[in-house]
Design a protein around this ligand. Structure first.
Ligand code: UDP
Length: 332
């Protein structure tokens, strides 16, 4: 009998980034064990994965003890990706206690598994560890401006705690680790009701609903297409770098939300009105990654510009929502 392939465990593998990651890992010869509690995942993300060779889904919440299926395969697990946590503000604020526990207790369970199995562990951390940043663009050495009392704290501080625990495991030689700080990412497989700006604006335009701009739209974000993000995550996991350094992954092209809106409206003509709503509490004013570290350590940089990624994303949403937009279909 030939040798069995190594297993990559992907926690949160039915989610937006996780589902693209699962596919990419099967294409690279891994068996993939996908854990997800289906809190924010879309069932259709799983449907496109289920037929992939070597793909197994286990419904499980990493806040609880890891399921027997995982422990049974522990010796074959060589890679653990932790992508498990609701990442959109309205979603992670709906159950803030669970958000914090997912990041702290869930990460602990996966780190323990990494210690037992000898697998390398990658934490998907976030640009939110920089909070509402005073340093622009954000370099990894910047320690952040984060509120521990506000409504974003369950996520921001949860991820900061998860980073601290991950680096402690590495410092004590209990696990080999990698930490990616993910900046805003978009693309197919986002939930139409995710509540984030790309999915909201595109879906509102497609359905002719009011288009919601929070604040005056002068706040900025930098949007990375999901295929670039997945490539960055796998390169980081597979690189031989010193895992004690977090690595920013994101696209440094920075836009105001107003500019993003103009791009959406040029792509999806709509009868919907643009309405301005209050800026959410602690909403960062500016965000843009400094990716010099990823460039030099991983030879990675994003390839897909927003003018290519946005039409592909809008075409995918149009199909999901059953909206016929012949002009967009060519983009997919
Ligand atoms: N935003 C907006 N309209 C929406 C959703 C979000 O103007 O329908 C704004 C939001 O206030 C923020 C930016 O878009 O300034 C990005 O928000 P998102 O929730 O996508 O991500 P995050 O705030 O986590 O970067």
């Amino acid at each position: 009998m030939g040798q069995q392939p190594p297993i990559a465990l992907v926690a949160g593998g039915a989610g937006f980034i996780g589902s693209h990651l699962c596919r990419a890992l099967t294409e690279r010869g891994f068996e993939v064990l996908c854990l997800d509690n289906l809190q924010t995942a879309r069932p259709s993300n799983l449907r496109v994965l289920e037929d992939l060779p070597g793909f197994t889904f286990v419904e499980a919440d990493i806040v609880n003890a890891l399921p027997a299926t995982v422990m049974r395969h522990a010796r074959r697990i060589t890679r653990i990706y932790n992508c498990a946590c609701a990442a959109s503000p309205p979603q992670y604020q709906a159950d803030p206690e669970h958000t914090m526990l997912t990041n702290v207790v869930g990460t602990h369970h996966l780190l323990r598994l990494a210690e037992q199995s000898g697998a390398r562990f990658l934490l998907t951390s976030t640009s939110e560890v920089y909070g509402d940043p005073e340093v622009h663009p954000q370099v990894e050495g910047y320690r952040g401006w984060v509120s521990c009392t506000g409504p974003r704290a369950c996520y921001d501080e949860g991820k900061r705690a998860a980073e601290a625990m991950t680096f402690d495991y590495a410092r004590m030689a209990r696990a080999e680790v990698r930490v990616a700080r993910i900046f805003n990412t978009y693309g197919p497989h986002m939930h139409p009701d995710d509540g984030r700006v790309v999915s909201n604006l595109v879906c509102q335009a497609l359905t002719g609903n009011d288009i919601t701009v929070y604040g005056d739209g002068t706040q900025t974000r930098s949007f990375c297409y999901v295929s670039d993000m997945v490539e960055g995550l796998i390169r980081l996991m597979e690189s031989d770098i010193d895992g004690m350094e977090p690595v920013n992954l994101g696209n440094p092209d920075e836009f105001t939300i107003g500019e993003l809106l103009d791009k959406v409206l040029a792509l999806v003509p709509t009868d919907g009105r643009v309405i301005h709503m209050d800026l959410p509490q602690d909403d960062p004013r500016r965000r843009r990654p400094d990716i010099a570290r990823a460039r030099s350590l991983l030879g990675w940089e994003p390839k897909v510009r927003i003018d290519d990624g946005l039409p592909r994303t809008a075409a995918w949403f149009a199909e999901e929502l059953g909206v016929s937009t012949p002009a967009l279909m060519a983009a997919e």
